[in-house]
Design a binder for this molecule. Structure first.
Ligand SMILES: C[S@@+](CC[C@H](N)C(=O)[O-])C[C@H]1O[C@@H](n2cnc3c(N)ncnc32)[C@H](O)[C@@H]1O
Length: 269
């Protein structure tokens, strides 16, 4: 695999994606369930005030963070490889500082100055994760918190979806304008295994405090909903809490932990 091709495509995509403007998500049960791990991570770091988002894109995750918190109480830095996305983030959050970075380095921020950092869905778009973790570790104060969450490469539906996507007709592909599609294909993603990520964090010097797993087939419902919007059918919404309960039960078993669509890790410097 040619690393530079993958990254170039993704940088281009995230720049273009940010120009399309902010997406308005319907704040329904789907939205909160899909972002459950992220919301949980934000609750964990909310006592820290000087925070970095690594791979911030155009700042969508900040929308979720500030749904429940006061803008003025926090100081944020956001960094990303996609320059246009960083510009958009600055437009949406003019009170905060955003930098375009390269080579997984953040020279703009002094070492040992941050209280916390988080990184959401960046690992499967990037490589040299050890370098990223070392950089974040350097920037944190001792005791600084680091929350990360990502797609797991193990989930069979996600793997299948990526492999067969290129074969589908345009009508189908057009239903995914907000997903990473370049020239009608989903570019190669980097495999992410939560156990390897946890090991790498420990090697960097972090103390891993908790590893968790989220949903097993929830994204499938999300995909289906683009064609048959079941979330809009009133008496069907009662089904979703039941599915969530079932998934929570399944995720207690190792077999399903491996299949989870997302994982998260809480670690401390
Ligand atoms: C799927 S988006 C997630 C954006 C944001 N974290 C969120 O959850 O809304 C992945 C982001 O990671 C950025 N990215 C990919 N590789 C990176 C790297 N090596 N360093 C910094 N950012 C990177 C991309 O440009 C993109 O904005």
């Amino acid at each position: 695999m040619n690393k530079s091709n993958v990254i170039t495509d993704q940088e281009l995509f995230f720049n273009q994606n940010s120009l399309a403007g902010k997406k308005e998500f319907t704040k329904n049960i789907f939205y909160y369930y899909a972002n459950k791990e992220q919301i949980e991570g934000f609750n964990w770091i909310e006592d820290k005030k000087n925070i970095l988002e690594y791979g911030c894109g155009s700042g969508t995750s900040l929308d979720i963070f500030f749904e429940a918190r006061n803008l003025e109480e926090y100081f944020f830095y956001g960094v990303d490889i996609a320059e246009q996305a960083v510009k958009k983030a600055k437009e949406y959050y003019p009170g905060y500082t955003f930098y375009k970075i390269k080579d997984n380095k953040i020279p703009q921020i002094e070492d040992g100055t941050l209280d916390a950092a988080f990184m959401l869905h960046v690992l499967h778009h990037s490589f040299d994760h050890g370098d990223i973790f070392s950089e974040i570790y350097q920037k944190l104060k001792p005791g600084g918190k680091f929350f990360l969450s990502d797609l797991s490469s193990n989930n069979i539906f996600i793997r299948l979806g990526r492999n067969i996507f290129a074969l589908f007709p345009a009508f189908f592909k057009n239903k995914f304008p907000d997903d990473l599609v370049v020239d009608g294909k989903i570019p190669e993603k980097y495999p992410v295994d939560y156990q390897k990520v946890a090991m790498l964090l420990r090697d960097t010097g972090f103390e891993v405090q908790e590893i968790g797993h989220g949903h097993v087939f929830f994204f499938l419902f999300g995909w289906l909903d683009r064609f048959v919007p079941l979330t809009k059918v009133k008496h069907l919404t009662s089904i979703y809490p039941k599915i969530m309960k079932l998934e929570e039960r399944l995720l207690k078993h190792n077999l399903f932990k491996k299949q989870a669509e997302v994982f998260y890790i809480k670690s401390v410097k």
